[in-house]
Ligand binder design. Structure first.
Ligand SMILES: [Zn+2]
Length: 600
């Protein structure tokens, strides 16, 4: 008789395998007290509105109390989020989350006056405040960041109108989300075991990994049949979103939406164009990898639905959670004793919510707030993929740990441009560690394939998305209509260029743009690709023991947002304003592809 695996209830999970949220709030009454204290502070701050330009002390006090409010609000918000994620079926958790979301919206609206008022202070007056008051020193970069917006801020009245309309600007993304997550109905298909299952976003990715081509094909065709039915609606929501990006950029005097998005972190647009150029110059490597896939799978035709099925069989390496802890520490030992001692703290002091339970949020992430330890959510399974996930999330958590212990609150977080570098450096270090540790060709093949697939999905695929994103923004700016047909036409050609002649460019794939939520994020995806490439270069420096590589890397982890991302990364050892780090990353990819080919 088949064994039916039932997930435990939240209350049945051993405490040692749950995270300890009491480091955020000791108990419910501490949380209630923090919530109650917030409003009076926001109201008190409001009293200084209109007076910030009077003198430096008034300005600084206002900024400091705003940061204090922000920190407390984050603490409340993160607590409610984590509590809800551990069991989304718990009504009390849901109610708390709703209450806190309301609170966040109210407080943000009440604080909206602050930034425009600071930016209305003439630059010379601000410089004067800074020069005559030593207390401003820890805020120098804070003002540098703010000043980037100075040229692009509108009149107080215009800003107020825009702030009032902000929820209207979110309509396209909201409609996409509702359609994609709840209104689309997917048909029933057969899974690998021959059972009938309902197709969904999650089920689709499972079915695409099936070892039966007929299962993959059916899932692919059925999923795209649903999306294609609504392609004109999806074209309208995406066009609406692109228009918002272009409109906001234009009224604020930016040359393009891309320039506006990237200038927030002072990232020059050449970072983007270098990425696209370099990836295109190395498409031959992707074509080679895809060709290998076709050969190993022994297929006459390799289709778009054959790109996710494993080609090296079942994982030869499996780990219990305890074994994974030891292996993670052994792999990360190269970062030094201090780093590993904090990894150990994460395991011992319940920073991690380890196992699945009923109602728990799926996937994995690292979270936290300034002033508490980081937290990690996992849904642990005993395999190599989960060990990779563990070191990935640990990379984020160590980044948070070192940043919050070395920076004041105003620099105590980090932008997305540098965030994925800490996590994927750890993944790259684990890859090298396993390749060095094992001689068994089966294991080597599996680890190499894990890396090659990761590189394909992160560097190549995200750059393909970035090219599409750029195309639709430029077309709209030129006044061209973004119809389903023109977007599909471009996407189909783009896909063929990326995967080459060895893959059948199935007609369905040209509609892939209909189902990618990231196209609503405004020039976001390129950072996955640049981050992975930078991580590849950094991990290489660390694992080959280049002078200062490890220490420079730790400096990056400690820097938070105390400087512009490119400057932080330069000190870590990668100059992301140049092309070399991308070429280094492709060198590693090529070497490992060669190794993979030789082992076969
Ligand atoms: Zn991550």
């Amino acid at each position: 008789m088949a064994e039916i695996k039932q997930l435990p209830k939240r209350s049945e999970v051993p405490v040692a395998l749950t995270w300890d949220l009491s480091t955020i709030f000791k108990d419910e009454s501490a949380l209630k007290k923090a919530i109650a204290q917030l409003s009076p502070q926001v109201d008190a701050l409001l009293e200084s509105s209109g007076n910030l330009a009077n003198n430096g002390a008034t300005l600084l006090t206002a900024i400091q109390s705003e940061l204090k409010i922000e920190n407390q609000l984050e603490r409340i918000y993160v607590y409610a989020e984590l509590k809800n994620d551990q069991d989304t079926s718990n009504n009390q958790n849901q109610a708390l989350k709703d209450q806190v979301n309301d609170l966040v919206a109210k407080v943000s609206a009440k604080l909206a006056w602050l930034e425009p008022e600071i930016l209305a202070i003439p630059k010379a007056t601000l410089a004067n405040f800074q020069n005559n008051n030593a207390d401003f020193k820890p805020y120098k970069h804070y003002f540098d960041v703010l000043n980037l917006k100075r040229k692009h801020v509108l009149s107080t009245k215009e800003e107020a109108i825009l702030a009032g309309a902000s929820s209207i600007f979110e309509t396209s993304e909201n409609v996409f989300g509702i359609l994609d997550n709840s209104d689309l109905k997917f048909p029933f298909v057969k899974n690998t075991a021959g059972e009938t299952v309902q197709l969904s976003q999650g089920m689709y990715s499972t079915l695409l990994q099936s070892t039966h081509q007929s299962v993959r094909k059916q899932a692919f065709e059925q999923l795209y049949a649903v999306y294609e039915q609504f392609k004109n609606t999806f074209a309208t929501t995406l066009a609406g979103e692109v228009k918002v990006h272009n409109f906001n950029a234009q009224i604020r005097g930016y040359e393009s939406a891309r320039q506006a998005a990237m200038s927030e972190s002072a990232i020059p647009e050449t970072v983007y164009t270098n990425l696209v150029t370099e990836v295109n110059q190395h498409l031959d490597l992707l074509h080679r990898y895809v060709g290998l896939r076709k050969k190993i799978l022994n297929l006459k035709e390799l289709h778009m639905y054959d790109l996710y099925t494993p080609i090296t069989g079942k994982s030869p390496l499996n780990y219990t959670y305890l074994e994974a802890q030891e292996e993670a520490k052994a792999a990360l030992q190269i970062m030094g004793d201090d780093y590993v001692s904090h990894v150990d703290e994460a395991f011992k002091n319940r920073w991690i919510d380890v196992v699945e339970n009923q109602g728990k949020r799926s996937g994995a992430y690292s979270s936290g707030v300034y002033g508490t330890n980081p937290f990690m959510l996992l849904n642990w399974q005993d395999d190599l993929d989960n060990l990779f996930t563990l070191v990935h999330e640990m990379g984020h958590s160590m980044h948070s740990y070192y940043t919050t212990h070395n920076q004041p609150y105003q620099y105590g977080d980090y932008p997305i441009f540098v965030a994925e570098i800490a996590s994927t450096t750890n993944e790259n270090i684990l890859t090298q560690y396993l390749l060095d540790k094992y001689d068994d060709p089966q294991i080597k093949l599996f680890v190499l394939n894990h890396y090659l697939d990761d590189f394909k999905g992160t560097v190549y695929r995200q750059t393909q998305f970035a090219e599409f994103e750029q195309f639709i923004h430029e077309a709209d700016a030129r006044g061209e209509a973004l119809t389903a047909e023109m977007m599909s036409d471009y996407y189909g050609k783009l896909n063929h260029r990326y995967y080459g002649d060895d893959v059948v460019n199935d007609s369905q794939i040209k509609s892939e743009w209909t189902r990618i939520p990231h196209f609503y994020y405004n020039f976001y995806v390129y950072q996955y690709a640049t981050g992975f490439a930078a991580a590849s270069a950094l991990a290489k420096g660390i694992t080959t023991h280049q002078p200062h590589a490890k220490d420079n890397y730790l400096t990056y982890l400690k820097s938070g947002s105390s400087d512009f991302p490119l400057d932080v990364m330069k000190r870590a050892g990668v100059d992301m304003s140049q092309k070399q780090y991308l070429e280094d990353a492709f060198d590693v990819f090529e070497q490992r592809l060669n190794e993979f080919e030789n082992l076969l």
